[in-house]
Design a protein around this ligand. Structure first.
Ligand code: NAP
Length: 283
């Protein structure tokens, strides 16, 4: 049976460090705070919001929620973003997406102040990932994958990392972050030929494909470390990932479980980025 890369020990360690950083900020008169902007009541958003508020509380980050109705206009959403941008007491902003169809996602991403972009949605944050500059932040989910690998001491330098998925939220930023750690990165997508063979070639395989249990035994090999970013709800209400856990667990060396793996890291990273955004206001 593979080693389980559970998130909780990594989150606990992170929280201890964050608590002391937020206490240092408080001594200097800064209370780190996150603004959450939610439009509507999507169950996924509510569930993530609950987790985010809990982690922020543990880390010493205040949360201010701004909730608009599902039929809010683009002007209303942009107005709330403007207020959050101008509020000196708010250091980071999380905007739940996807937004309802009447709202232009690009306009929303453009409206957010890059220095408060703790979930990497602005073009300045994306540029920051490519250039390694300290503008904005990487999206929390890919950063969480990296933190999980780091916590468990999985070496990345010189290793072959295969990222299955190329979305702007996970796959692409993750591939850049892995490159930044000196891994040799292959990014796979829906047009990739010889997918299973490529996935097997990785020392580390990260599945962010959005297809329930697609990664089966023929995608993996002994010695591999697997991070499963996927989250799916089965018919019986239980959760599973993009990896068929039962099919691969006795083949690979280590795997992150679903739930309790990569997904659990995301909210912790959100708290971390918010504290870092507050610290950056001092420099
Ligand atoms: P997405 O936007 O749907 O992107 C999926 C990617 O997988 C695309 O690049 C797509 O390729 C590729 N793909 C789809 N079918 C494929 C196939 N049959 N073979 C090879 N590649 C294929 O998904 P996402 O937003 O990145 O999310 C990925 C997973 O992570 C989902 O399960 C999602 O629920 C989960 N997620 C978790 C968190 C969290 O834990 N906090 C956050 C975000 C997402 P093309 O580009 O060619 O279409």
């Amino acid at each position: 049976m593979a080693d389980l890369l559970k998130a909780l020990p990594a989150v606990k360690e992170m929280m201890a460090g964050l608590k002391s950083r937020s206490q240092s900020l408080a001594l200097g008169g800064i209370q780190p705070a996150l603004g959450i902007l939610r439009v509507g009541e999507r169950p996924d958003d509510l569930s993530y919001e609950k987790g985010a508020v809990k982690r922020c509380e543990q880390a010493g980050v205040q949360v201010r929620r701004v909730v608009l109705p599902e039929d809010a206009s683009q002007e209303e959403v942009l107005e709330e973003i403007k207020k959050l941008n101008q509020d000196k007491g708010i250091h980071g902003v999380l905007i739940f997406r996807p937004l309802p169809p009447q709202i232009d996602d690009n306009a929303v991403c453009r409206a957010l102040a890059p220095e408060k972009d703790v979930d990497g949605i602005t073009s300045q944050s994306m540029a920051g990932i490519f250039s390694g500059s300290r503008v904005g932040f990487p999206p929390c989910t890919p950063q969480g994958c990296l933190e999980l690998l780091r916590h468990y001491g999985i070496p990345l330098e010189g290793k072959r990392a295969v990222v299955l998925g190329r979305s702007l939220v996970v796959g692409k930023p993750l591939s850049m972050l892995l490159l930044g750690e000196n891994a040799t990165v292959t990014v796979c997508h829906s047009r990739t030929e010889g997918l299973a063979e490529l996935c097997r070639s990785g020392d580390i395989l990260i599945a962010a494909v959005g297809r329930r249990e697609m990664v089966t035994a023929d995608f993996v090999r002994p010695g591999q470390v697997i991070i499963d970013v996927g989250i799916h709800v089965r018919e019986d209400g239980s959760l599973c990932g993009d990896v068929d856990f039962e099919a691969v667990k006795d083949i690979v060396t280590a795997i992150s479980p679903v739930p309790g793996g990569a997904g659990t890291m995301t909210a912790a990273v959100l708290a971390k980025h918010t504290i870092e955004a507050a610290e950056r206001t001092l420099s």
